[in-house]
Design a protein around this ligand. Structure first.
Ligand SMILES: C[S@@+](CC[C@H](N)C(=O)[O-])C[C@H]1O[C@@H](n2cnc3c(N)ncnc32)[C@H](O)[C@@H]1O
Length: 247
């Protein structure tokens, strides 16, 4: 078991269960930074759905969320076991995200945000609806649900948003991911998330959103190539060393 699951083992998991894993590679650091951009330490505790190999979990820690204020909900037992090893202070639950409603993850305290890596586009609308209802039952008023998608539209179908009184706002997109991805903030219509309300000055809001969300315009292919091929470069260096050692 690798404490930091590499792209190859992630790909093997995808081969064994493509519809549940939903991605051929872990999310890039750029996507992880984008999906956690509005999350500040005051928002804790935070729930992460479908953390997989922990790409977003590491970004949440970088944003200042204390590890013990994280609940990681992961259905795949191999991923869940590796996450518990890697983040021993976080609460790791190997359950379906749709069951969250009936699990009191933070002893009565509601979370300020849910960050989701779930493959919602591959799920039937009834399942997406059950997951959102569960998540919002665990969020405090004004809390937001952050979701990325490989599609060109909101990953939550319009009728589901309508029925649950939710709205989906596109907060940014990046090419620096396989495949390129877009991030949405999903919140109750009546309330914008607290982190977003703080950006009351329209000019300031534009600046913060601009900085927080690397958009398609800002995502550069050189950055993409650098990040993706860093791992491949290391792989070849290791192979070269092994040959020199006569292995
Ligand atoms: C696309 S991967 C994302 C992994 C990671 N967040 C990332 O971005 O690299 C989706 C993850 O969601 C998990 N998953 C799928 N359906 C789930 C469900 N109903 N409840 C909890 N986790 C689920 C899968 O096992 C997988 O780890």
């Amino acid at each position: 078991m690798l404490s930091r699951m590499d792209s190859l083992s992630f790909f093997k998991h995808w081969l064994s269960d493509p519809l549940r894993i939903g991605a051929v590679a872990p999310s890039s650091r750029t996507l992880a930074a984008l999906i956690t951009a509005e999350i500040a330490p005051e928002i804790a505790p935070v729930i992460e759905l479908g953390p997989g190999s922990g790409a977003f979990t590491r970004a949440l820690l970088d944003r200042g969320i204390p590890e013990q204020r994280l609940a990681l909900i992961e259905l795949n037992p191999v991923f869940a076991f590796a996450l518990a090893e890697q983040f021993p202070l976080a609460g790791v639950l190997c359950v379906d995200a749709a069951a969250l409603r009936s699990i009191d993850v933070f002893s009565g305290e509601r979370a300020g945000a849910v960050v989701s890596g779930l493959p919602l586009l591959l799920m039937p609308p009834g399942k997406v609806s059950a997951i959102l209802e569960s998540a919002f039952a665990r969020l405090r008023p004004g809390g937001a649900f952050y979701q990325f998608t490989y599609g060109s539209r909101s990953p939550v179908p319009g009728p589901v948003l309508e029925r649950l009184g939710l709205t989906a706002t596109r907060i940014g997109a990046t090419l620096v991911n396989i495949p390129p991805a877009t991030v949405y903030r999903i919140a109750h219509r009546r309330a914008q998330p607290r982190a977003f309300q703080m950006k009351h000055d329209p000019d300031e809001s534009k600046r913060v959103e601009h900085a927080a969300a690397p958009s398609l315009m800002h995502a550069t292919w050189p950055a993409y190539i650098k990040e993706r091929f860093h791992g491949i470069g290391n792989f070849f260096k290791q192979q070269q060393r092994a040959i020199l050692r006569g292995e």
